[in-house]
Each structure stands twice: as structure tokens, then as C-alpha cells.
Design a protein around this ligand. Structure first.
Ligand SMILES: Cc1ncc(COP(=O)(O)O)c(C=O)c1O
Length: 329
């Protein structure tokens, strides 16, 4: 039976070029990058080459890339690491963040931080007016995802980052669903912190990175041997890092951003095509068509069901400036 896979927002298969580059680092090139002998130096060289590849794709400096174990850890490092030096104040996130940000924000809320969850409109785009009005004197960080993992909506990150800076706050974006799908240049976006994950862009699972703009003060959330310029202790996942570097370069070369999915006559998209990632589509199918065309007992397909407003945002009508939801303390 041929499997047709529609769930690349969940994960992607490893690109054969990525796998090929990784394999030697499981076997003959197994050194620990912290060691000074030949094997260690070879592993260190591979790690630094991958860091350079990733920095090039993002338009970042090499010292601004911190390797992590994936998107979840990058998001947690961004939120907890950037807020650690402050007494509890105020944090802004969107209402449609991935749990990696949403649950971190809730944990910060339990620790005394006030959190505003900013609603989105019918296309899944953050209400910029509500966002701007949410800032307070003690807002330390705004974290808004670049591209949504369900509807694929792409946020106006550069504008949101600019507003955060005008208000004196740091700006983080979870770009796990954006990197590899849409052009991401950290200088153009003006972000302070940006998370990415290998397995969303034909790289391996269990590896990711956090872009940390030079000068951004961050405290580690893992304590140990002081790896990654003291920001992420733990022996480097050398094969994963090598794979991430190759995957990033391959994604940048693929220029996949020209591909854009359009609705057919029998489906409608849950986000406006011009405001969403070209590689992420959530489609609704008329009930009658679904019932007619899908075999009842084998309907284990991966396209998501029609989105209900509550899955995008529990917010009332779109574009209201007074619908900041879930303010909590
Ligand atoms: C937007 C977003 N952020 C974070 C994550 C978590 O990434 P990881 O699986 O690498 O921990 C995901 C994974 O689905 C995601 O889609």
C-alpha cells in the first residue's frame, strides 16, 4: 500500500543528503567536541561548520547561534532565559502559540508573571492594535510565532518586533514552522531571539537552535559543563548538528517559497493564501464531499478537520482592539 503523507507540519522525513552527512558522526567521527585530541577537534570543526551554515541562512553571526535539543527547548530557553534576571512583570504571547511557548508562558504565569494572550483574526493573523495596546511599563518580552503550525498563517514579525522594541521589550519568535518554508532573515525581522527545529525542515529530530542577537542577556536553563558559550550545557549532538546545518542549507537552496497551495473547487483554505506559509495548508472539505469520497473505515488521513474558531483563537470578533483575551496574573 502506498502511503501519501500530508503531515509535514508535524514532521518531515530526513533528506538523504542530510542523512549521508550525518552518518560518519555516528561511527568513525564519534569525537566529543570538547576534547582536544584529533577526534575531538574533528567533531568541533563539524559543529562549527554547521553553525556557520545556519548563521548564513538566517543572516546571523555564528556566535549568535545556540544549539538545543529542538524547538521546545529553544522556546523555553528564550522565555525563561530572557526573563530570569527580572522580578515577575508582564509577558505577551499570541493566542495561537504552540504549547512550547504557551505552556512556558503559563508556567511563568504561575511564577507570578502577568501574561496577555493576543487574539488573531479569521486568517490567523495577530491583531496588531491589540498587541500594541497590551504593552505595559513592565512588559519584558513579547513572543509571537512566525508561522502557525495549524493554519500556516505568517505573522508580520518585523512590525511586531519593532513595536516591542519601541515599548522597551525584547522580542522572540518561534520560527519552527517558518524556517525552511518562508525566507527568514533575523536582521530584516529585527528579532532578539528566534527558535528553529531540525525535524520540520527535512533534518533530524532532537536538534534545534536558538538565535540570540548579540547583546541579548540570557541565562541558561540547563546547568552543567558550560557548553554553547555557557547557554546550553550538555555534550553536543554532533550528528544532529551536522544534519541541521545541511538541512538548513538545502532548504534555503530549494526556494520552495514559490510554491503556493491554492484551494480547489472542492476545498477551501482556512487562511488567506497570501497571508500564510506556502508549505502549510489547513483545508476544509464540505461535509457531503468528505462523506461521499472517504471510505468510512479507512479514513485515517492526515489533513486536519475544518477549523473551529476556538482552535485558532478563543477571541471574539476579528480585528477588535479590545479583545485581549486571557489576561491573567
Ligand atoms: C510552532 C512550533 N513550535 C515548537 C515546536 C516544537 O518543536 P520540537 O518538536 O522540535 O520540540 C513545534 C513542533 O510541532 C512547532 O510546530
Amino acid at each position: 500500500m502506498k502511503t501519501v503523507y500530508f503531515d509535514h507540519a508535524a514532521t518531515t522525513p530526513v533528506d538523504p543528503r542530510v542523512l549521508e552527512a550525518m552518518l560518519p558522526y555516528f561511527s568513525e567521527l564519534y569525537g566529543n567536541p570538547s576534547e582536544l585530541h584529533r577526534l575531538g577537534r574533528e567533531a568541533r570543526a563539524a559543529v562549527e561548520a554547521a553553525r556557520a551554515q545556519i548563521a548564513t541562512v538566517l543572516g546571523a553571526g555564528e556566535k549568535e547561534i545556540v544549539f538545543t535539543a529542538g524547538g521546545t527547548e529553544s522556546d523555553n530557553l528564550a522565555l525563561f532565559g530572557s526573563l530570569a534576571r527580572y522580578r515577575p512583570g508582564h509577558l505577551i504571547v499570541s493566542a495561537i502559540e504552540h504549547p512550547a511557548v504557551m505552556e512556558a508562558a503559563r508556567a511563568l504565569n504561575r511564577a507570578g508573571w502577568a501574561v496577555d494572550f493576543i487574539p488573531v483574526d479569521g486568517d490567523g493573523i495577530v491583531d496588531v492594535d491589540a498587541y500594541e495596546q497590551a504593552f505595559r511599563d513592565d512588559t519584558r518580552l513579547a513572543s509571537i510565532m512566525s508561522a502557525n503550525n495549524v493554519v500556516g498563517s505568517v505573522q508580520p514579525v518585523a512590525e511586531l518586533a519593532r513595536i516591542a522594541h519601541e515599548k522597551g521589550a525584547l522580542f522572540h519568535t518561534d520560527a519552527v514552522q517558518a524556517v525552511g518554508s518562508v525566507p527568514v532573515d533575523v536582521a530584516e525581522l529585527g528579532v532578539d531571539l528566534l527558535s528553529l527545529s531540525g525535524h520540520k525542515l527535512y533534518g533530524p529530530k532532537g536538534i534545534g537552535a536558538l538565535y540570540v542577537k548579540r547583546g541579548t542577556r540570557l541565562q541558561p536553563i540547563l546547568h552543567g559543563g558550560g557548553h554553547e558559550r555557557r547557554l546550553r550545557s550538555g555534550t553536543e549532538n554532533v550528528p544532529g548538528i551536522v544534519g541541521l546545518g545541511v538541512a538548513m542549507t538545502a532548504a534555503a537552496e530549494a526556494r520552495i517559497s514559490s510554491a503556493r497551495s491554492e484551494p480547489t473547487s472542492t476545498m477551501s483554505l482556512n487562511a488567506c493564501p497570501s497571508r500564510k506559509s506556502p508549505t502549510r495548508t489547513l483545508a476544509s472539505f464540505p461535509h457531503s464531499m468528505r462523506a461521499a469520497s472517504l471510505p468510512r473505515r479507512r479514513a485515517r488521513w492526515s489533513i486536519s478537520p475544518p477549523i473551529r474558531p476556538s482552535r485558532v483563537s478563543p477571541a471574539p470578533p476579528a480585528r477588535s482592539t479590545s479583545n485581549i483575551i486571557g489576561t491573567s496574573r
